[in-house]
Design a protein around this ligand. Structure first.
Ligand code: ARG
Length: 460
């Protein structure tokens, strides 16, 4: 194979071997082959249509590129380290196939705007793919919510029992987080959906390129407005990495709860055998490895975001080779999200919820104390005074090992004569949840409305 570099004209000796290996990116940017070829096809068509190259040459380039695309997808192409990156590899393959006409492809283009284009195309697809995974997870959560509108469980602040809620309300809290993730990936998609080709190396080009035609051909909604910014900008990659980081944080929090809830101490959920692992020494063990691994993978996604933010912080205008460091972070975040989300969905779909334990747990720990105070408020006591009375009541209950609603009426009345027979109904878990009917609360109608909203979003 010809070892001559594409830019060898100005050079009198070869690249040092160590240096060549060091700056080569083909080992990872080969993943951009499809975007690169489709981008080049659009560019070549435009060059022909604008009369910048002959129509025959344009057609030859397009058919050559299509043939290369087919061969890559059939595993028939080996990329060369010597050609540094995916862009040079494909151009070399083209010229080997169709001869000197292949050398016309790069007219009015630089690798700087080319890599910006490829990355944006890859990003757009990535946003759609990750969103689709998130929507599957949301679908699984909705199924659990619909089945558990009345399944009472404890809710916590500071990881101390706070108030009763339902499993449906809990699952829909995560739905809301994942819904916001979809919105963030949508925004990242829009940020990527701007076409940079025509920016050249940095100060555009003297050729009368039809940028709009390229944008239309590739399905981009807008054109970049400044050629220097277009080649020196990686904001849209950061937007994607940020969306991944927040979603990974949500997954991690959810996993943390599943890990906690599946302990013998909580026993509120049993993860299925399919999503658990055993121990090589302790026969009794069933470990939530998948949940732990998803929680753990958050680290590498944060790492990618921090890495690229740091890469970009000191860069002068416009393109600098540092920016090649964007790709591994992007690919790794995409792969990690694509791996974690389906596992999370499967783990959730197959989990068994221990409803009796949940209910028992919700009934302990004075989760109905706020409702006891609200009961007294209903009888005419100011809330601050009611808070004080119920505080004393809880202290008394704790000392006597009783729940509030397990005390006889005369014991309750010692603390306030306002307690009456109706207090027992008012303090039942079902009442505590049912009375929280305000939109956003755990009352079944409120949760149902939320479910409908998210379902409508999923249908869109
Ligand atoms: N492999 C390079 C990257 O990913 C492509 C752009 C190269 N441009 C340059 N002037 N060296 O950033």
């Amino acid at each position: 194979m010809d070892k001559k570099k594409m830019w060898s004209g100005r050079f009198s000796s070869d690249t040092n071997e160590l240096a060549a290996g060091f700056h080569s990116s083909i080992a990872f940017d080969r993943r951009l082959y499809r975007a690169d070829i489709l981008g080049s096809i659009a560019h070549a068509k435009m060059l022909g249509a604008a009369g910048i190259i002959g129509q025959g040459d344009s057609d030859l380039i397009v058919s050559g590129l299509n043939a290369i695309l087919g061969d890559i997808e059939n595993g028939l192409v080996t990329f060369s380290e010597n050609d540094e990156d995916i862009h040079m590899n494909i151009e070399r393959l083209l010229t080997e196939r169709i001869g000197d006409t292949g050398k016309m492809l790069h007219t009015g283009r630089s690798r700087n705007d080319q890599v910006a284009l490829d990355t944006r195309m890859f990003l757009k697809q990535s946003c759609l793919d990750v969103s689709a995974h998130i929507k599957n997870l949301i679908g699984a959560l909705i199924t659990i919510a619909e089945d558990n509108l009345d399944t009472v469980m404890p809710a916590y602040t500071h990881l101390q029992k706070a108030q009763p809620t339902t499993l449906a309300h809990y699952m829909m809290a995560y739905c809301e987080m994942f819904f916001r993730d979809c919105v963030r990936f949508d925004a990242a998609f829009n940020a990527a959906d701007v076409m940079p080709l025509g920016s050249g190396a940095l100060c555009a080009t003297t050729y009368p390129l039809d940028r709009q035609m390229v944008a239309d051909e590739l399905g981009f909604s807008a054109l970049t407005n400044n050629s220097m910014d277009a080649v020196g900008d990686r904001d849209c990659v950061l937007d994607f990495l940020y969306a991944c980081a927040v979603c990974a944080m949500h997954l991690s929090r959810f996993c943390e709860e599943l890990i906690l809830w599946s302990t013998n101490e909580f026993s509120m959920v049993s993860l299925s055998d399919g999503y658990s692992t055993g121990s090589s020494i302790m026969p009794q063990k069933k470990n939530p490895d998948m949940a732990e691994l998803i929680r753990g993978k958050t680290g590498r996604i944060y790492g990618g975001l921090m890495a690229l933010l740091t890469v970009m912080k000191g860069l002068p205008m416009a393109y600098n080779k540092d920016m090649q460091e964007d790709k591994e972070a992007l690919f790794d975040a995409y792969d990690t999200m694509s791996a974690c989300l389906p596992v999370m969905t499967g783990m959730i779909e197959t989990a068994a919820w221990n409803k009796d334990t949940m209910k028992k747990s919700a009934g302990a720990g004075f989760t109905n104390a706020t409702d006891a105070a609200d009961y007294l408020v209903g009888k005419g006591m100011p809330f601050r005074d009611a808070h004080e009375v119920v505080g004393k009541l809880v202290l008394y209950c704790e000392q006597h090992g009783k729940a509030i609603d397990a005390l006889p009426l005369d014991a309750l009345q010692k603390l306030s004569p306002m307690f009456g027979e109706d207090v027992y109904d008012a303090l039942s878990l079902e009442a505590c949840v049912g009375k929280r009917a305000v939109y956003g609360g755990p009352g079944a109608d409120s949760v149902k409305k939320h479910i409908d909203k998210i379902k409508a979003f999923l249908k869109k």
